[in-house]
Design a protein around this ligand. Structure first.
Ligand code: NAP
Length: 470
């Protein structure tokens, strides 16, 4: 596919192969964009901003709704694109398409709710006879940078609210999964989006990243990805708004009064969804000691039933990791843990990019798997005596995106809600629970700001105050 700049589909002599991670076949190529392309895209976005800020809201709504209709019509094609360029099974990919349509639809709906409020100016002495209000205006050009693991929906989470709010966007999708993003751009143009409002530059973040984030004309950088890239961007960004949606190593607490079957089922799914390449994937499970063995045995039995293989086979439970380098890294972390005394209950092996779902117990605090984000299909089980111990251990990391607790006791649930240092506490589902309208984001190294359309729209628009001296 070509990249999109100034309403033109642009090819380049230098290209990047897009590879099916299961068998290494080249499924397509995209241009290797350069800093010159970034410059051209930002110049286009200057004009694009003028166009979108002047589009009446009802026109933006019509475009976004039309895009949803087109996405419905090519549902299966989008799912196949997600599954072929990425790691998801076809069933996981279909779910992502449904969510992306929902994200775009919520963007259309929220566009009509970008409101302000009146202000009581006369509450300040000397401000008598003033009447006024604030309402919200688009922020300007937004650079959006997205990761590989949800190549369609996380792009929709940037484009939907940015367009709804009246901005222009320069999007850089992950180099390994650019096709879903380019297809969404195609769909938006077909839906009637004036072309200059959106450019998509494909290319390596290490080469074009600085140009994308440091340009003074860009008013916001909306980034989703890892903490290392996030930190690099923060050093280059200068005075502009940033949204940082970063990683985690999410904790789940399982209390002895919970519905055990539900807890096991949710945690297995939450640990191995998208091969564990999931920012809210379950990585650490703290289980009250009197049900520990029961939980562990059921968890391992269920994990062993997982069928890994080709993503497009309907009965595959878990596809390949995104590339062999990542699969090798995960096995290195497994070896690091085993070398430090962790007890491997199942998995821990790989063939090419296929890593078996892996479960550990007795994970030492010195192992990377205990405290860093594995972003792979590896989960550790820990017995705990009390809820306080579980919370203390859950919080003892640098991340804080989602946390979860399984319990039937409201008091325990509310105690965890109060004490867990995370952006969301999920009760009786695993950390891998999210709907696209909720405020989504984390504390500590998990990020800055919140996504979830209504909340993205707050970030992507600015209040302007109007005051009449009567
Ligand atoms: P990544 O390596 O950080 O890459 C994310 C994006 O940033 C890619 O488009 C990448 O381009 C680009 N990039 C890399 N270095 C850059 C730089 N210096 N300047 C500008 N852009 C740069 O992350 P990933 O491996 O794709 O995704 C995995 C990470 O994303 C995990 O940590 C995961 O937890 C996190 N994530 C967070 C959320 C959330 O909402 N909180 C959701 C999903 C994923 P290239 O592809 O060209 O390298």
């Amino acid at each position: 596919m070509k990249m999109l700049i100034n309403g033109q589909w642009v090819a380049k002599p230098e290209t990047i192969d897009v590879i099916n991670p299961f068998d290494g076949t080249v499924i397509d190529t995209v241009p290797a964009g350069t800093t010159t392309d970034v410059k051209a895209a930002i110049e286009t976005a200057v004009e694009g901003f003028e166009i979108n800020r002047n589009l009446p809201v009802h026109k933006r709504i019509t475009i976004l709704k039309k895009a949803c209709e087109i996405m419905e019509n090519c549902y299966e094609e989008l799912a196949k694109t997600i599954a072929t360029e990425g790691s998801k099974t076809i069933n996981e990919a279909r779910k992502e398409v449904g969510r992306a349509i929902n994200t775009m639809m919520i963007s259309a709906e929220e566009a009509r709710r970008i409101c302000g409020e009146t202000l009581p100016f006369d509450s300040a002495p000397g401000s008598e006879n003033r009447v006024g209000y604030y309402y919200r205006f688009p922020i300007g050009i937004i650079t959006a940078i997205t990761p590989f693991n949800d190549p369609l929906n996380l792009v929709a989470h940037k484009l939907g609210p940015a367009i709804a709010g009246g901005n222009s966007v320069v999007l850089k999708p992950a180099t390994v999964t650019p096709l879903s993003a380019l297809k969404l751009a195609e769909i938006l143009l077909e839906a009637g989006l004036p072309p200059k409002i959106l450019s998509v530059v494909t290319g390596h973040g290490s080469e074009i990243g600085d140009a994308l984030v440091s340009d003074k004309r860009v008013r916001m950088v909306s980034f989703t990805g890892g903490v290392d890239a996030g930190n690099q961007i923060m050093k280059k960004v200068g005075l502009k708004k940033v949204g940082m949606e970063l990683g985690s190593n999410s904790p789940v607490i399982v209390m002895d009064d919970c519905n055990l079957e539900n807890a096991v089922e949710s945690c297995v799914s939450g640990a191995f969804w998208a091969v564990g390449q999931n920012c809210i994937g379950v990585q650490r499970i703290y289980i009250q000691e009197d049900i520990y063995e029961q939980f562990r045995d059921q968890f391992v039995t269920r994990t062993k039933k997982y069928k890994t293989g080709f993503q497009l086979d309907e009965d595959t439970d878990m596809g390949p990791m995104i590339n062999e380098k990542e699969a090798i890294r995960v096995i290195e972390w497994v070896d690091d843990a085993v070398g430090k005394g962790a007890h491997l209950l199942t998995g821990g092996t790989r063939v090419g990019t296929l890593v078996q779902p892996t479960v550990f117990e007795k994970m030492p605090a010195s192992a990377k798997l205990d405290c860093q984000e594995v972003f792979g299909p590896v989960v550790s089980l820990y017995p705990v005596k009390t809820l306080d111990e579980a919370i203390e251990k859950s919080n003892a990391v640098d991340y804080g995106l989602h946390g979860a607790i399984f319990t039937q006791d409201l008091n325990q649930a509310f105690y965890a809600i109060k004490k867990m240092d995370v952006g969301s506490v999920i009760v009786n589902d695993s950390t891998d629970y999210r709907v696209d309208l909720m405020p989504f984001g984390g504390v500590k190294n998990s990020g800055l700001g919140r996504e979830g359309i209504k909340f993205s729209l707050q970030e992507m628009t600015e209040p302007k105050v109007v005051c009449f001296n009567l």
